[in-house]
Design a binder for this molecule. Structure first.
Ligand code: KG4
Ligand code: ZN
Length: 346
């Protein structure tokens, strides 16, 4: 089985061709970072218009790279939600229309299921069951994954997502959008111990997160340093290191708690913040001490891409998930609404 997949839920236009036997044949990404940088964040209307411009050329080049003609395809997958509704509608309309024209089944994929199944693209895929830490720009969740498609939410953030905490702190430090990777870069020159930022909810039982207090603490520190005339390059790097340390430590502590409570021996880390090197290094080491192994997608498949939508879409199609002719797009969509799946981990 071979499918074409389209992703446009936020600020990346992406297309992939994936074959069940041969693996990933092509994946193309056009990032809108330069478009939104001027505004310090994603402008939904600009995102939608740019997806309209980029998606079809990406489809053509992905099919060419994969040496695949439409008659060699068995289906089309597109991200149906959750995300920015206007942005979602672009890949949904194009994907559904191509499937209609080519007389193929189409399937609307849950973006977070795509993130969760992204590590299946690696040579050493995670076993099921496992615990997943899903950390993106919009979500921070600990999920018990009993089997593909069976997602039980163990805990999530009460306010800001971890990626949002990175992005908002970066913005306060005057770093360009998207702030997460920029803050991580600046933190490399800083001393994490100089500023003790709050570790939200760490002292409380349970698996919930709260990151909104962090940005207040960062704003206050920057204000104090500015007033004292001491906000130099080193202090900025120290603040960045302190923020990264607080977020990473909180994520790790709760994740270890989830491993402990569920007794699972494998952990998947998915979503954009999963690209953070400090998180990857520390989590692998501390999970190993607790007898669990951590599985990550490669860095480029942590952030938004269509390869992960292809993997999830193919599994959904095989499970009989091909839809009617309707174009599906949902800004809000709970993972718990999904049904079980079977996926092959070769
Ligand atoms: O999964 P993703 O690409 O998009 C969403 O579905 O939200 O995640 C984007 C988030 C942004 O908040 C970005 O700043 C963060 O992931 N991010 C990072 C790093 N790379 C991306 N945060 C910390 N360190 C990184 N290296
Ligand atoms: Zn995402």
């Amino acid at each position: 089985m071979r499918i074409l997949a389209l992703e446009s839920s936020c600020d990346e236009s992406a297309v992939a061709v994936y074959d069940e036997a041969a693996g990933l044949l092509a994946h193309e990404i056009y990032s809108q970072i330069d478009l939104h940088r001027l505004y310090g964040g994603v402008v939904p209307e600009l995102a939608s218009r740019d997806h309209v411009r980029r998606l079809l050329p990406l489809v053509k080049s992905a099919l060419a790279t994969a040496a695949t003609s439409p008659d060699q395809l068995d289906g089309v997958a597109y991200t149906a939600g959750p995300g920015l509704i206007g942005a979602l509608l672009t890949a949904a309309a194009l994907g559904r229309s191509l499937a209609f024209a080519w007389k193929l089944p189409a399937v609307g994929v849950h973006h977070l299921e795509g993130h969760l199944l992204a590590p299946l693209l690696e040579n050493d895929p995670p076993p099921f069951p496992h615990v997943a830490l899903l950390v993106s720009g919009g979500h921070t969740m600990l999920i018990d994954v009993a089997a593909p498609g069976r997602y039980e939410l163990l805990g999530e953030t009460r306010d800001d997502a971890a990626g949002e905490a990175f992005d908002k702190s970066a913005k306060l430090l005057g770093l360009p959008y998207p702030g997460g990777p920029e803050l991580a870069k600046l933190a490399a020159d800083g001393r994490a111990s100089r500023f003790a930022f709050p570790r939200p909810m760490l002292d409380r039982p349970g698996l919930e997160f709260s990151f909104s207090g962090l940005k207040t603490a960062v704003a206050l520190t920057i204000k104090e340093q500015t007033r004292a005339g001491t906000l130099d390059a080193q202090v900025r790097a120290d603040i960045a290191a302190g923020v990264q340390e607080a977020i990473v430590e909180t994520l790790i502590a709760k994740t270890l708690r989830a491993i402990d409570e569920t007794g699972r021996e494998a952990l998947v880390v998915a979503g954009g913040v999963g690209a953070n090197r400090l998180l990857r290094e520390r989590l692998s080491a501390s999970a190993a001490r607790q007898g669990a192994r951590v599985y990550y997608p490669r860095i480029e498949f942590c952030t938004d891409n269509a390869a992960m939508i292809a993997v999830a879409g193919l599994a959904r199609l095989k499970a009989g998930g091909g839809e009617s002719a309707a174009i599906q797009a949902r800004a809000n969509w709970q993972l718990s609404e999904l049904g079980p799946l079977t996926v092959s981990t070769q």
